[in-house]
Design a binder for this molecule. Structure first.
Ligand SMILES: *Cc1c(COP(=O)(O)O)cnc(C)c1O
Length: 486
């Protein structure tokens, strides 16, 4: 079937059906008697199709997708690593996937033990004192963390409502702070891509609640002054929040708790290999230093004498509930499996391989692509389109052209402080051959940009939807199929 034909949605033929309701001798019920005016005799505009047609429609659509199970997925800041299949096997065990959140504690001791042990593992990995696994995403973790920071200052009778955020930060940082009712002040970066210490100093005051910093930063660079930054904040009574969505480069190497971080969120759906991007729910656990422990959301899994676990909801200083029940438990099981599967040496090897892979791409692509911050990088590397721009070829064009060669594009135009950013994160999952295939393709695109820029500018040519009218797509997006008017 041709690519374009797979996208034809008008497949309905009157009278076609994929099911047959068995006839019955029982007295038919009258649906109208049960549902009253809500009873519909007809579902308008429902497509009429046979079962194989429905199956083919969805299978063909699924084949238009791209996933880490097919090849490199270098979407920077997203850590699109391979999701080991053993995670799925363990999460599908009946004791985990069939457990109901309303079951009594004595019946779910095993599930509660997983929650408690994952919290302990994350404490050991990050150096924080305690964790909450409840937040459902990174951004949700940020919100939970900032609510705890606010509760901490309030408990001391301090009215602090300013949050400092570097100009390289992920957009969720300012929005989380804003939702907490805090005011955001932007801090500049220095010429090495780190935080501008002078600018930080100028903005410190008794009104500052916290600095939200990402380390490694979204430029893929380790914040070398993190010790100094922590001290500057603590000296004025402010808290150090770390966005640890991208912890991949730090695993088994450096612990945020050891360099002065008070609150940290991490993403199980990035660093800890749970599905990501249309693959299901996420989890953004939050870790805290000792002085913030009592503000954690309820419930907290606690061990009673004798080893029985219970959910404690009766904690006076808690910020309250942030999520239904106990977080996305299936995701917790997957991350727990991953950590046990890797072990301490495996986690270290992940960090080393992820950093090595990113630096391999940095060195190999540098001859053809502009590298705004030319330093040894951590888990990812950020290039831009300055060398291709004179020929009219932009980052967007390069990303689209990569799709023609069968790659998922990198993250583009982020971080905002790099104009035309191409943010590439290979992760540890990639063998050398796949990295070399990507490098060869990027070099081919660099050649094309020189010799035939229109070829790159009009890409893609092989995708079901060709070059988009970006302005129209943004202004009048068509986000779902609607039946043709009769
Ligand atoms: C992914 C990411 C987030 C947000 O995580 P979500 O799970 O998408 O909410 C926040 N900060 C950084 C640096 C990230 O990379």
């Amino acid at each position: 079937m041709k690519l374009q034909e797979k996208l034809i949605f008008e497949k309905s033929r009157p009278g076609r059906t994929g099911y047959e309701v068995p006839t019955t001798t029982a007295k038919p019920i009258d649906p109208a008697a049960y549902f009253g005016k809500f009873y519909r005799k007809d579902i308008p505009e429902f497509p009429e199709l046979s079962e194989p047609e429905v199956i083919r429609h969805f299978v063909n659509l699924s084949k238009l997708n791209y996933s880490i199970d097919e090849g490199l997925y270098p979407l920077g800041s997203c850590t699109m690593k391979y999701n080991p299949k053993i995670n799925e096997k363990v999460a599908a065990m009946e004791g985990f996937c069939a457990a109901h959140p309303y079951w009594p504690e004595r019946q779910v001791q095993g599930c509660m033990r997983i929650i408690k042990e994952l919290e302990e593992m994350l404490c050991e990995i990050t150096g924080m004192s305690a964790f909450s696994l409840q937040p459902a995403a990174g951004a949700h973790g940020e919100l939970t963390g900032m609510l705890m920071v606010k509760a901490y200052h309030d408990s001391r009778g301090e009215n602090r409502d300013i949050v400092l955020i570097p100009d390289s930060a992920h957009g969720t940082n300012p929005s989380s702070a804003h939702i907490c009712g805090l005011h955001v002040v932007q801090i500049a970066s220095n010429e090495r891509g780190g935080l501008n210490i002078e600018d930080l100093g100028k903005n410190l005051s008794p009104k500052v609640a916290a600095l939200m910093i990402t380390n490694p930063s979204t430029l893929g660079l380790f914040e070398e002054e993190i010790g100094t930054i922590a001290k500057m904040l603590h000296d004025v009574g402010a808290q150090l929040y770390m966005d640890g969505a991208n912890m991949n480069a730090l695993l088994g190497k450096v612990r945020p708790g050891d360099f002065g971080v008070d609150v940290l969120h991490i993403n199980l759906h990035k660093t800890f290999s749970t599905p990501h991007g249309g693959g299901g729910p996420g989890a953004g656990p939050v870790g805290v230093a000792g002085h913030l422990e009592k503000f954690r959301p309820v419930p907290i899994v606690e061990e009673a004498p004798g080893g029985t676990l219970r959910f404690n909801v009766n904690r006076l200083d808690s910020i309250g509930k942030v999520k239904g029940f106990f977080g996305n438990f299936g995701i917790i099981v997957r991350a727990y499996t991953y950590i046990l599967n890797m072990g301490p040496e495996g986690l270290k090897a992940i960090a080393e391989t992820a950093v090595l892979n990113a630096n391999y791409l940095r060195v190999k692509l540098k001859p053809r692509f502009n590298l705004p911050y030319d330093r040894i990088c951590m888990h990812e590397v950020v290039f831009d389109d300055k060398r291709q721009a004179p020929k009219g070829v932009s980052t967007l064009n390069i990303a689209k052209r990569l799709m023609d060669y069968g790659f998922h594009p990198p993250t583009i135009y982020f971080p905002l402080i790099v104009g035309g950013a191409l943010m590439i994160e290979p992760t540890e999952s990639e063998p050398l051959e796949e990295l070399d295939r990507f490098i060869a393709t990027m070099n081919t695109i660099a050649d094309e940009a020189e010799t035939n820029p229109d070829l790159v500018k009009n890409a893609p040519y092989t995708t079901p939807v060709l070059k988009l009218d970006e302005a129209r797509a943004a202004r009048t997006p068509v986000l779902r199929w609607k039946p043709a008017a009769k």
